[in-house]
Design a protein around this ligand. Structure first.
Ligand code: ADP
Ligand code: TRP
Length: 321
């Protein structure tokens, strides 16, 4: 069973990315057939600064390796090191109905926000389908927001298979319901585009300030809070503390007597400790950029060996060979 996922280097990773995408992916690498990549082609639709793209790509490589991605278990590479994916995008795009792309939430959301649409933004789901189909992927672990893209990938794979004969594996998404949407500091979905993130790695003082700045209601500490389970700090604490600790804080908040300041302080401490070992690992990796580059190049070679075979099959099927 091949597992594959990608992450776009278009910003600094936050704990929504970690719990929604990275941790489930890292747990799955034990299965022995995991393919994880840095989706730098995808970043082209959102970033137009070369130095920035390079920095985010390197940063994300460090983040994944620091958080436990093991290149001995998983194939880890930079998307653009396997350019066959662009060729496959054309084969798939030529079979993708306009209507399917016009219905994409991500495209509609972005244009509704006033981002001027370009071809890349519109074609994004086709490139994502190519990412997945190029590696005979069975399972794609993603957050809820990517569900539609997986449905589109399946539609495109089925259309190709019906048109040219059985060529691609039809993949399934894997959405972890318990961490499906990590809320941001304002209660909306945590997302770098909403400026409501808690970074996985960042400056201690700045992050403490962010967490202590979570806005709560004006009820006094003594007041019982029957809605304690819906408190944002409690929800975030559940991610970084043990169940017993999170239950204890929730119960104390419900009963009355726990102040929001103390709750937020506990949230910060648990968050900071949760990522402490990864922080140390990341610093060590950052001191050895050649090693990281070697890991990515080796991964690209392994990915390309698979991609080459699937591309041959696809070219044969549609008569390019
Ligand atoms: P952002 O919304 O910050 O731009 P991305 O779209 O780059 O994040 O998401 C990268 C991965 O992280 C995807 O698999 C996505 O589903 C997951 N993800 C992002 N934000 C969250 C969140 N708040 N909760 C759960 N998963 C998330
Ligand atoms: N679109 C995904 C995101 O924004 C990233 C991504 C690109 C991806 N290609 C992929 C995820 C293929 C899974 C499989 O989060």
């Amino acid at each position: 069973m091949r597992v594959l996922t990608g992450i776009t280097p278009s910003g600094t990773l936050h704990i929504g990315n970690y719990f929604g995408a990275m941790r489930p992916a890292i747990e799955l690498q034990a299965g022995g057939d995991a393919f994880y990549f840095i989706a730098d082609y995808h970043s082209m639709t959102v970033i137009t600064d070369a130095a920035e793209r390079r920095a985010y790509s390197r940063g994300i490589a460090l983040d994944w390796l620091a958080c436990g991605l093991d290149p001995a278990k998983a194939v880890f590479w930079r998307q653009s090191d396997v350019p066959e994916v662009c060729e496959l995008m054309w084969l798939l795009g030529s079979l993708t109905p306009m209507g399917l792309l016009e219905r994409a939430h991500s495209y509609k959301d972005k244009t509704a926000k006033g981002i001027s649409p370009n071809f890349g933004l519109f074609a994004y789901p086709v490139l994502m389908a190519a990412d997945i189909l190029l590696y005979d992927t069975n399972v794609v672990p993603v957050g809820k927001d990517q569900k539609q893209h997986l449905e589109m990938t399946r539609d495109i794979a089925i259309k190709f298979n019906q048109t040219y004969g059985d060529t691609f594996v039809v993949p399934e998404e894997q959405i972890r319901e318990d961490v499906a949407v990590v809320p941001g500091l304002d209660g909306q979905k945590m997302s770098k585009s909403y400026g409501n993130t808690v970074e996985i790695f960042g400056d201690e003082k700045a992050l403490r300030k962010k967490i202590m700045g979570i806005v709560m209601d004006s009820r006094t500490p003594a007041e019982p809070k029957p809605d304690a389970d819906r408190n944002l700090a409690v929800q975030l604490l559940r991610l970084v503390a043990s169940r017993a600790v999170a239950d204890d804080f929730e119960n104390r908040l419900r009963a009355g007597g726990l102040g929001y300041g103390d709750l937020k302080k506990a949230l910060f401490e648990h968050y900071w400790n949760y990522f402490a070992p990864y922080r140390a690992k990341r610093a060590e990796l950052a001191a050895h950029p050649d090693h990281v580059e070697r890991v990515l190049r080796d991964g690209a070679e392994r990915a390309r060996a698979v991609a080459g075979k699937v591309m041959d099959r696809a070219r044969q099927a549609c008569g390019l060979r």
